[in-house]
Design a protein around this ligand. Structure first.
Ligand SMILES: Cc1cc2nc3c(=O)[nH]c(=O)nc-3n(C[C@H](O)[C@H](O)[C@H](O)COP(=O)(O)O)c2cc1C
Length: 506
């Protein structure tokens, strides 16, 4: 028999006692939880299945994180499936973005769009560069917007400082614009050096006086920044039409409060409408005022539901003269993203872009304003096919928020409203932000924008045109319920242009 040295035998004895003690403690804890679950009557599952019932909540929580790795198919998840996210991740890393074997997309599902390739595509050597497009021809300082694809509004507040800085640096590198979102102008926006669109939300964060009204003095200060190229009045946003901004108290830091002109540590909730904009006349007045004070192009952002007001707006523009028109309209899809919003608004209010874009483009066309008012769109346009579809349908520019979040490393953890974003993008917790290196991510932002634009060009060449803005509705077909596709110009034929009689349109 082998004799163990005393210190080993003593050690083993202590470990054995500890083991029995821990097991005993665990049994006691289970017993305690059993009694707690059994005597409570607030939760039926825990009452009927004491202890075991608790695993349901644990697995439900863990499922959010692990489903995507183990169970979800490539085209299954919402809002963005793995195939879409992977495309963005690879584009952002400038990695080979070809796939093998065949498409995993259900190509006969209703709504799928199929581009109409031509037998003799444009040779690469005959490809044309997409030229910058002028916005705001009647302004003192119009904007020559260089990129088709741009960064949609996300406030500093919803996003962390490092995330804003990375986006701004990346936008500067690649030459696209970045919208500030409704949280005001921060040092991170300016440090990156990107072209900026300053958004004016209902609370006028960053350009408000002590009473919360629009301050002309502050507007002038913002407009004085050479990097600020345009102003956007936010009427509504796809994820929450009829609801203002919501920034939970945990995200209102001292820095954010100072930029917004509000109190730190209190939720930042803005009104669901600009109090002074109640009609299309008020809207045109506000546009004229901001354009006058800033000298820069002014437009508005909205999600379309009712649309009669757009026709009234066009009538009023003709009554006042085309100079009075908004320089751009941004249409957000009803399926757009947000930092925080009530689920019913997110799910069931506001049209998705597939319906609203052709409709708005046609209204502007009918009123002869299609060239005067630039059409910007956003709403799940994160891969080249969607961007190309939007250009075919009538958009001049496409913006993305969540696409650029993916390029920053977002894993769709859906925690933007919590301050616990695991990738540091939508949190102000310095520990979580530490993993987001703005220098490294800026390069990814730039590559994403460059590669998406490149592949939209590839689609355009396949359709036989030399650059993306030459894409038209007849270049795309839409699959119907029968599984057969119909040309988009048949689904949405361009209406005739109305005639003008004096200041009236008939
Ligand atoms: C985190 C986050 C914050 C946002 N903040 C704003 C905002 O301040 N103002 C705004 O107009 N839209 C905001 N949006 C909406 C986006 O600008 C965009 O309209 C919408 O998400 C659709 O684009 P996407 O599908 O590419 O995300 C936000 C979206 C996200 C995800």
């Amino acid at each position: 028999m082998v004799m163990l040295p005393d210190w080993v035998a003593n050690g083993l004895e202590i470990l054995a006692t500890l083991f029995v003690f821990v097991i005993g403690l665990a049994v006691l804890a289970v017993l305690f939880i059993y009694i707690v679950d059994k005597v409570q009557n607030k939760d039926a599952i825990r009452h009927n299945f004491p202890v075991l019932g608790r695993f349901r909540y644990l697995f439900q929580h863990l499922g959010e994180f692990f489903r995507q790795y183990f169970f979800a198919m490539d085209r299954e998840e919402m809002p963005f499936n793995r195939a879409e996210r992977e495309w963005v991740y690879r584009a952002a890393r400038n990695k080979d973005n070809t796939v093998a074997f065949g498409s995993t997309k259900a190509l006969t599902s209703p709504g799928t769009f199929i581009f109409v390739n031509c037998p003799f595509p444009k040779l690469e050597k005959d490809a044309a560069c997409t030229l910058p497009m002028k916005i705001g021809p009647y302004c003192k300082v119009p904007y020559q917007a260089p990129s088709i694809f741009n960064i949609s509004g996300m406030s500093f507040g919803a996003l962390s400082g490092p995330a804003v800085l990375a986006l701004s640096k990346g936008a500067k590198m690649v030459g696209c614009w970045m919208n500030t979102g409704e949280g005001g102008l921060s040092s991170y926006h300016l440090e990156g050096g990107a072209d900026l669109v300053f958004q004016i939300g209902t609370a006028k964060y960053g350009v408000r006086d002590a009473q919360g009204n629009l301050s002309d003095e502050k507007l002038r200060e913002v407009a004085a920044h050479e990097r600020v190229k345009m102003f956007e009045i936010k009427l509504s946003q796809g994820a929450k039409p009829g609801k203002g901004g919501i920034l939970p108290a945990s995200k209102v830091t001292k820095e954010i409060a100072e930029i917004r002109g509000i109190q730190a540590g209190k939720p930042s909730i803005s009104a669901n409408r600009h109090p002074e904009i109640d009609t299309v006349k008020d809207l045109l007045d506000a546009i004229a005022h901001i354009r006058d004070v800033t000298g820069k192009p002014v437009g508005f952002k909205c999600v379309v539901g009712a649309y009669g007001w757009l026709e009234q707006l066009c009538d009023e523009i003709h009554a006042r003269g085309v100079e009075s028109a908004p320089d751009f309209i941004t249409i957000d899809g009803g399926d757009g993203g947000t930092g925080a919003a009530p689920m019913p608004l997110m799910d069931n209010v506001g049209l998705v872009l597939k319906e609203s874009l052709p409709m708005v483009s046609d209204i502007l066309h009918k009123y002869g304003l299609r060239d005067r008012i630039r059409l910007v769109v956003s709403g799940k346009m994160v891969t080249p096919s969607e961007v190309a579809w939007a250009l075919c349908s009538g958009a001049d520019f496409v913006c993305s928020a969540r696409g650029f979040m993916f390029s920053l490393g977002c894993i769709q953890a859906m925690k933007c409203n919590k301050n616990t974003c695991p990738t540091g993008i939508t949190t102000h917790d310095p520990r979580l932000q530490a993993g987001l290196n703005p220098e490294d991510k800026a390069v990814k932002v730039a590559y994403y924008c460059k590669n998406i634009t490149h592949e939209v060009e590839v689609i355009a060449h396949s359709c036989g045109v030399s650059e993306p803005r030459s894409l038209r509705r007849y270049h795309v077909r839409v699959v119907q319920n029968t599984g057969h596709s119909v040309p988009m110009d048949e689904l949405y034929p361009r209406p005739g242009v109305l005639k003008k009689k004096g200041k009236k349109i008939i």
